[in-house]
Design a protein around this ligand. Structure first.
Ligand SMILES: [Zn+2]
Ligand SMILES: [Zn+2]
Length: 391
């Protein structure tokens, strides 16, 4: 069980100091997601994961050890990893809910990082000054006596010092860890910067109740907080409830917004159908999640189509929806975009997702809501029903 050295000493000395520690601000964990390593999963086949874990978890609860994401837990010689805790660290309590579903955690054979930051580094510098230190100390590459690991997956972005590291690819794909046998690759990411970019907010997501300055209060803070992000035309993002669309960019490619980029944000986007829809339909639309409203209203659909979609006359059969690939983030294979285009939130570890036949990925609850109304992929418009039922 991984505890940091200070807490480890306290937990080991006596139960009264552990009590004090727990009383000193360590909250009880409400939800804990824990998964076996792949080898352990094969080993415990046939038994329920919870049965294998029960004794060990009870022990951790009794000794009030502090638990956090990445901790390794050995239970009857099978090794598990704490995937996620809510709150992020704390003690186990009588009321902790345990989640044990999901694909087992893999050991990567290879992992490829791309790095980006204020000054460019050679691959060697990058490796020695950023990548190696990221897997050091308590987060050393996995070995039989490791206590804690870093959990990684393709698409993930982490910040090490002033450098952003993005996991470009892993082999095999899925949620996994770096072991002493993993080959680690790291390259500098030389994605260009835009010369010009035009970003507009959706009018109906702008605050109405108070004065604001669009660039200073919304766009700039978002860009400053996400300097590593790449954009391309027609992409959406959201900041504090305001939804933006990249309406045009120069050059017209995938690039970053940097110091030399000229940013235009004059104007507002008006969901095109909004003015045409009769009030009764409009009030139905208003009850849908924000992203869904936007997808519905910003695409070119007739009033009749919108009406039929709202009345769920154009959706998929529930059993067809159930047959679409489902997984807990990250995707067990292949690449996926990082943001759910229905709710405009980034995917987070262990969130239930679906991948449509066109390979676009969404939160399960978001896409199910959409597919009950519409047979097309919200992003590429490919017909999901046809692909699923082969007609
Ligand atoms: Zn979503
Ligand atoms: Zn699609």
């Amino acid at each position: 069980m991984g505890v940091d050295s200070e807490l480890g000493v306290q937990a080991a000395t006596s139960s009264s100091s552990a009590e004090r520690l727990a009383g000193n601000g360590e909250e009880n964990i409400k939800k804990l997601h824990i998964l076996p390593l792949k080898e352990a999963d094969a080993q415990i086949k046939g038994k329920s994961r919870m049965d294998v874990l029960a004794d060990t978890l009870r022990q951790i609860r009794n000794t009030k050890e502090v638990v956090r994401s990445g901790d390794l837990v050995k239970a009857s010689n099978a090794e598990f990893v704490v995937i996620k805790c809510d709150p992020p660290q704390g003690c186990l309590g009588m009321d902790t809910d345990f989640f044990v579903d999901g694909a087992p955690v893999i050991c990567f054979q290879k992992i490829q990082f791309s790095a980006w930051g204020p000054t460019e580094f050679s691959s060697e510098q990058l490796f020695n000054e950023y990548v190696r230190p990221y897997f050091k100390g308590e987060y050393a590459p996995y070995s039989p006596d490791a206590k804690r690991v870093r959990l990684l997956y393709a698409g993930q972005v982490v910040k090490v010092g002033d450098v952003w590291l993005q996991v470009e690819a892993t082999e095999p794909t899925g949620l996994g860890l770096v072991s002493t046998d993993t080959e680690i690759f790291a390259n500098w990411d030389s994605t260009p910067e835009f010369e010009k970019v035009h970003i507009l907010p959706f009018m109906d997501t702008l605050p109405r109740a108070y004065e604001y300055e669009l660039f200073g209060d919304y766009l700039k803070p978002y860009l400053v907080a996400n300097p590593h992000r790449k954009y391309q035309a027609n992409e959406f993002f959201t900041y504090q409830g305001v939804q933006f669309k990249v309406v045009a960019c120069e050059p017209d490619t995938v690039a970053r917004i940097g110091k030399s980029t000229t940013i235009f944000c004059e104007g507002q986007l008006q969901p095109s159908l909004r003015n045409l829809l009769p009030p009764n339909l409009m009030s139905q639309v208003a009850q849908l999640p924000q992203g869904l409203q936007m997808l519905l209203l910003s695409s070119e659909r007739s009033t009749r189509e919108v009406e039929e979609m709202l009345n769920q006359r154009r959706g998929l059969f529930p059993q067809t929806i159930e047959e679409i690939e489902r997984f807990d983030w990250p995707p067990p294979h292949g690449h996926a975009q990082q943001t759910c285009m229905v709710c405009l939130e980034d995917f987070e570890l262990a969130m239930p997702c679906r991948r449509l036949p066109c390979q676009h990925v969404f939160h399960q609850k978001c896409i199910d809501e959409w597919l009950r109304r519409c047979t097309d992929c919200p992003i590429c418009k490919a017909n999901v029903d046809r692909a699923m039922r082969n007609y």
